[in-house]
Design a protein around this ligand. Structure first.
Ligand SMILES: NC(=O)c1ccc[n+]([C@@H]2O[C@H](COP(=O)([O-])OP(=O)(O)OC[C@H]3O[C@@H](n4cnc5c(N)ncnc54)[C@H](OP(=O)(O)O)[C@@H]3O)[C@@H](O)[C@H]2O)c1
Length: 362
């Protein structure tokens, strides 16, 4: 652990949902934060949030930059950076391959190049599907020789967003190995709301799930009783990423997911109860659901992107290394029931409606 020393940390994607909580956590820990941002309005929202939280704004600075520009569009190289956290990505469904690649793959390599140039640690954020080797093989990734992967085929199978995240992870790993970079890969599960306030951005996948439940668009449970959608509350994830920046010894990969997330049926039942709505009880195989969603207009009507179903799987993961690291860093995940309740409460407040106000297990 190395929490007494003040560090200077550059964050890409600082204006995003995870990024804003990471900025807050690092500032609260006394570090200096430089946010790479491309949009004035996003920056205004971020600084408004940080000010509202009472963050030490004298330790915060913004740097204009864009993943899509050569050299990230940086006019001068930032000074004194000891760690870069790479969160920025185009995070959307139905992204065309060239757009997803341009931002999420080429842009990520530009960030890695900057870390190499500055000779600093790179903490890059991928996703928990990178820990599911059977899934990666099904997508067409050559696990023993990733460089031989036909990436266009992966884009056709997985869709632009997920394929570009997978491709960027493999390309970043290769870059890190080739240049001997000090790097940590963080693989988050689907992000849930803040453990106490429940703050959850409407663009987040879990928000869409709650919205579909609330509006009765989820009549059946996708998959079998073995299927699950593991979660991680945003503030715990921010603490984990902050520790990956500041700790002296960090495992090279940190899988960030709450093992206590129940199966999808249990998650939906609990969320429906909290939202005061009837939850779905019958299962629908994922294959059948995908086939239904191939019917033109249905994804829009049901507000379900076929790509999003890929995150609902039966695979269970070994998180022992992350748990050991979290324990060393004194970071504790809140109970699942607590952050799900907070997320649902926040969703209802946003909508201006009352939820079921039921505590899970009560
Ligand atoms: N949320 C999840 O459930 C989840 C799960 C696993 C992994 N992840 C990964 O975690 C990371 C952050 O996720 P998030 O939920 O915080 O996403 P988010 O809220 O959509 O934020 C995305 C961030 O990327 C920035 N960005 C997009 N294009 C950019 C560009 N061309 N140049 C510079 N910045 C750009 C955005 O800046 P603007 O404000 O300018 O748009 C924003 O700050 C992503 O890499 C995502 O793949 C997320």
């Amino acid at each position: 652990m190395n929490k007494e020393r003040t560090m200077t940390i550059l964050i890409t994607g600082a204006t995003g949902f995870i990024g804003k909580y990471l900025c807050l956590t690092l500032l609260q820990q006394g570090h200096d934060v430089q946010a790479l941002t491309r949009s004035e309005s996003s920056l205004t929202q971020l600084t408004g949030f940080l000010q509202q939280q009472g963050a030490a704004m004298e330790r915060f600075a913004a740097l204009e930059g864009d993943l899509e520009k050569p050299d990230l569009g940086l006019v001068t190289l930032p000074n004194g950076i000891e760690c870069i956290v790479h969160l920025a990505a185009r995070f959307a469904w139905n992204l065309p391959e060239h757009e997803a690649r341009h931002t999420n793959v080429t842009g990520s390599l530009r960030v890695a190049e900057l870390a190499r140039h500055l000779n600093c640690r790179l903490v890059f954020i991928t996703g928990f599907m990178l820990a599911n080797e059977a899934h990666l093989s099904r997508q067409g990734i050559q696990m023993s020789h990733p460089e031989q992967t036909d990436w266009s085929q992966v884009y056709r199978r997985a869709g632009g967003y997920e394929a570009s995240k997978l491709e960027s992870a493999f390309r970043l790993r290769e870059f890190v190995a080739r240049h001997g970079l000090n790097a940590v890969e963080v693989q988050p599960a689907t992000v849930a709301g803040h453990g106490s306030t429940g703050d959850l951005d409407p663009a987040q996948p879990l928000y869409s799930l709650l919205d579909n439940l609330y509006h009765g668009r989820l009549a059946m449970i996708p998959g079998s009783p073995e299927h699950w959608l593991p979660l991680i509350p945003v503030d715990s994830l921010a603490q984990l990423i902050a520790a990956a920046c500041t700790a002296t010894h960090v495992p090279d990969t940190l899988l960030a997911l709450d093992q206590n997330t129940p199966n999808l049926a249990g998650l939906l039942q609990a969320a429906a109860q909290l939202l005061g709505k009837p939850g779905p009880r019958r299962h629908l195989p994922i294959g059948v659901m995908k086939a239904l969603l191939a019917i033109p207009g249905l994804p829009g009507l049901l507000k379900v992107a076929p790509e999003s179903l890929a995150f609902i799987q039966t695979c269970r993961f070994d998180t022992s290394r992350t748990e050991q690291f979290l324990a060393q860093q004194n970071v504790q995940l809140p109970p699942f029931a607590q952050y799900l309740e907070a997320s649902c409460r926040h969703y209802c407040q946003r909508l201006g409606v009352g939820g079921g106000a039921v505590t899970i297990g009560a």
